[in-house]
Ligand binder design. Structure first.
Ligand code: BTN
Length: 252
């Protein structure tokens, strides 16, 4: 089923709904490998049987309750080293939608988990195809917990649990796409500093001292921000350290 949104967006002009699929990211990757699909193409689903999360984890979501969608982007001149900005703009789009639509104070846990009241409300998985040192295309997958009321994980939440409202999901999808479009336009205009400023405003634990763990054990440190290739910067008592996603665990 294809549909068109009321607003004149350049993203989300082509939208496909699948009642069930393995993974909307996988579906989008199949489509883009087969045909020259347009930038902004969205595939969304009510139920994923093999939803993918970060670091090889599964993304489990109750059928028909949440938003599960993937969008195709073709950033043209975005280099691999700046590809982490796609995660930032997707995260900012979700945070800003939650703020504007539901007055929720959401935060982005590096690299891009969306948290509300210390619980995860959304996850983002960006998969890229490269040509040389540039991003040929990116599939931005977003799972946002909307109307689900019970989770097996203790640190998960949804809009419905936080605000006690039942949300119309298609309307919400359209709002997120509109936000994604404005942040993506900033990225296309190379407004890196503005994106980073907005990211820092909502970056969870930034400027606070917390406990972390790496391969050598636990340590405490203050999150300073990210460096120019998206690594996490943590100031410990004697040095400024940089971490890739798999190298650090957030404790408390
Ligand atoms: C995470 O681990 O936090 C990332 C989760 C990303 C889940 C979304 S749901 C829609 C899209 N399709 C997938 O298979 N994964 C992403």
């Amino acid at each position: 089923m294809h549909k068109y949104f009321a607003k004149p967006l350049f993203l989300g002009k082509k939208v496909e709904f699948l009642p069930e699929c393995h993974s909307t990211n996988e579906q989008m990757l199949l489509r883009v490998r087969k045909a020259d699909e347009p930038e902004g193409y969205v595939v969304h689903s009510d139920h994923q049987t093999r939803g993918k999360g970060q670091r090889g984890n599964a993304w489990i979501s109750e059928s028909g309750k949440n938003l599960l969608f993937s969008m195709l982007l073709r950033p043209k001149t975005l280099s691999i080293k700046h590809s982490y900005y796609l995660n930032l703009v997707a995260g900012l789009a979700v945070v800003s939608t939650l703020e504007d639509e539901f007055e929720m104070k959401a935060e982005l846990k590096w690299p891009n988990d969306v948290y509300v009241n210390d619980k995860k409300i959304a996850g983002i998985l960006v998969e890229t195809s490269l040509i040389g040192h540039l991003v040929e295309y990116a599939v931005v997958g977003i799972g946002l917990n909307v109307n689900q009321k019970h989770f097996s994980l203790p640190f998960a939440t949804s809009i419905c649990m936080e605000k006690e409202v039942e949300v119309e999901r298609e309307m919400l999808l359209e709002k997120i796409i509109a936000k994604l479009e404005s942040y993506y336009l900033l990225l296309k205009a190379s407004s890196y500093e503005k994106i980073i400023r907005e990211y820092y405003d909502v970056m969870r634990w930034r400027g606070e001292v917390h406990q972390f763990a790496d391969e050598n054990g636990e340590f405490s440190g203050e999150i300073i921000g990210i460096d120019d290739i998206g690594r996490l910067l943590v100031k410990t008592f004697n040095e400024l350290r940089r971490f890739e996603v798999k190298q650090i665990t957030f404790l408390q």
